[in-house]
Design a protein around this ligand. Structure first.
Ligand SMILES: Nc1nc2c(ncn2[C@@H]2O[C@H](COP(=O)(O)OP(=O)(O)OP(=O)(O)O)[C@@H](O)[C@H]2O)c(=O)[nH]1
Length: 529
């Protein structure tokens, strides 16, 4: 009891938690953000013509805006799509002349589909109005201006254009989502590939939030045990008769938690490849078909294909998607020992470096050139110390120009020359034969590269979350475990645990003084989000 009492001020000093608690106790009355201005913004891309554009309004005056724009006094139906004419509203106190045409009729701005979500059952937890208007620039600008004209602070109608991330911030402030979920939504919007979409969706669904909350609860429970010892130590209470046992128990719990968090961070680091893109480098002698292979994998003419050896004189990077994976493909200059061209020599050097930094290397050979299948300089490079442990797939190209027997001979030669058994695929960039199989092999490699174990799914969290996990949470637990003599100074040891638990609170947005955190998180969102 006493220990819990000691911890309680930590929670009550968080205004957000207090507001939510009050809301819970009193039954829902108003959103915690009801004192803030009503915000509005275009939620679809700006300055683009489209069939439909969506303007979103959130806040106390959403209904007022609906009434003024539709020139009606009835409440909008809740959560039901309705078609309404939108008019230019007469501004407060004006004689209304500007808002009627020459015959005195109201000026029609658009005929739009409207959706009204009454608080608290909306994205932001406030009253929300969505206007699905026709996507012409003049229509959108006219309606945005019309909403803006309703701002009148004197009569308490505080209505302003939303800042980046404003809607999400309101959702957070009203306890609809925690920060990890909102960052998940941002990642979902930003995701370019299927694998990014899947991992962002799991953040948004709150899978990480539940995990983080469990960690925090566990740290707090262990802190409570230590705090109880601090409390009872002075009054020689009989209630704590075996402090050593408690210390030992807490130490074991924290060790387990530290290991769990460590393996989570490792998974996150492995999965970050999904966001950054897998670096796939193509290596090979001149004219073997590297550029043709890039084009076959992308169905695009990114690389210049020509039969003059040395056409690609430097590395070319392109972002492509292979089976839902973001891949930074790099077509390099053909590696050859003798070149007089200075730019080509530089290009060859860069190709070597790029291949060392790559996540996966495709080594392409020309099936028609059996004597030079494996040029000595490339073989040396692939067997070099720097290249050790690299993932390599050997591609035998131009299969359309050789017989089956010749292909088998080429594959055998390659198998015998390498000490490591790399996968070998024969393809033809001309007929596209074997390309499917190559994509299959690549996909399997991408999967391994982004997952820490076969049965685990990739975990994507923001860089902010990763940094806090490492620098606050893991660090706090490590410091706690490192303070070997912590039984001499339990208060200090407990502080380390508090540091770790505050770190998790920063991640989910429950920390004290989080305004700075919120500013930095939401400033990265787009307007209208
Ligand atoms: N028949 C046939 N020709 C191919 C195939 N792949 C590439 N070629 C041809 O081989 C020549 C060289 O192809 P590139 O893709 O430019 O070769 P590269 O390795 O990028 O060449 P560098 O830029 O010199 O390093 C071109 O004439 C291609 O059309 C294939 O599978 N079959």
């Amino acid at each position: 009891m006493n220990a819990l009492f000691l911890l309680r001020p930590h929670f009550v000093s968080n205004p957000l938690l207090c507001k939510r608690a009050v809301n819970r106790l009193s039954g829902f009355t108003k959103p915690a953000t009801s004192h803030l201005p009503t915000i509005y913004a275009l939620s679809t891309p700006a300055n683009q013509t489209s069939a439909i554009a969506i303007i979103r309004v959130s806040g106390t005056h959403s209904r007022y805006i609906y009434n003024r724009l539709t020139n009606s006094s009835v409440s909008p139906p809740n959560r039901k799509a309705i078609l309404r004419n939108i008019y230019l509203p007469s501004s407060v106190g004006s004689k209304q002349h500007r808002h009627h045409d020459q015959y005195g009729a109201k000026i029609l701005l658009d005929s739009s589909l409207l959706l009204y979500f009454q608080a608290p059952y909306s994205f932001t937890g406030e009253d929300v109005l969505e206007l699905h208007v026709h996507g012409g620039k003049a229509v959108v600008n006219g309606i945005l201006k019309a909403i803006d004209s309703l701002h009148d602070r004197n009569s308490g109608k505080d209505i302003r254009f939303a800042l980046p991330g404003d809607f999400s911030r309101r959702a957070f402030q009203n306890g609809k989502f925690d920060l990890t979920q909102l960052e998940g939504i941002k990642d979902l919007i930003d995701s370019e590939t299927e694998s990014q979409r899947r991992s962002a969706l799991s953040s948004f669904n709150g899978e990480n939030r539940v995990l983080f909350e469990n960690w925090r609860n566990s740290i707090i429970a262990n802190m409570a045990q230590l705090t109880a010892i601090i409390d009872f130590a002075d009054d020689n209470s009989q209630e704590i008769d075996n402090t050593d046992m408690i210390f030992h128990g807490v130490e074991n719990n924290i060790k387990r938690l530290r290991d769990e968090i460590f393996s989570f961070i490792q998974k996150v680091e492995k999965s970050s490849i999904l966001q950054d893109g897998i670096r796939l480098v193509l290596l090979g002698a001149p004219n073997v078909g590297k550029s043709s292979l890039v084009n076959s994998l992308t169905n695009d003419d990114i690389s210049i294909v020509s039969d003059i050896p040395g056409t690609t004189r430097d590395s070319i990077d392109a972002m492509i998607t292979i089976n839902g994976y973001k891949v930074i493909i790099c077509d390099t200059a053909g590696i050859r020992a003798k070149s007089a061209d200075k730019i080509e020599i530089l290009g060859i050097e860069r190709a070597r470096k790029k291949s060392i930094q790559s996540d996966l290397c495709l080594f392409i050979v020309d099936a028609t050139d059996f004597p030079n299948l494996l040029p000595e300089d490339i073989l040396n490079h692939l067997s070099s110390h720097e290249f050790e442990g690299k993932r390599v797939v050997i591609v035998v190209n131009k299969s359309d120009l050789v017989s089956k027997e010749e292909m088998v001979r080429a594959v055998n030669k390659l198998e015998n020359r390498f000490s490591v058994s790399y996968p070998i695929v024969s393809v033809s960039c001309k007929t596209k034969g074997g390309i499917e199989l190559l994509i299959d092999i690549l996909t399997r490699n991408f999967k391994h590269l982004s997952q820490s174990s076969a049965d685990s799914s990739p975990i994507v969290v923001s860089k902010r979350v990763t940094e806090i996990l490492k620098n606050d949470v893991f660090y706090g637990l490590e410091e706690f475990l490192n303070s070997k003599d912590f039984d001499n100074d339990i208060v200090m040891a407990t502080e380390n645990l508090r540091y770790a638990s505050d770190g998790i609170a920063k991640i989910t947005g429950q920390a004290i003084g989080i305004e700075d955190i919120l500013d930095s998180v939401f400033s990265k969102f787009c307007i209208g989000k």
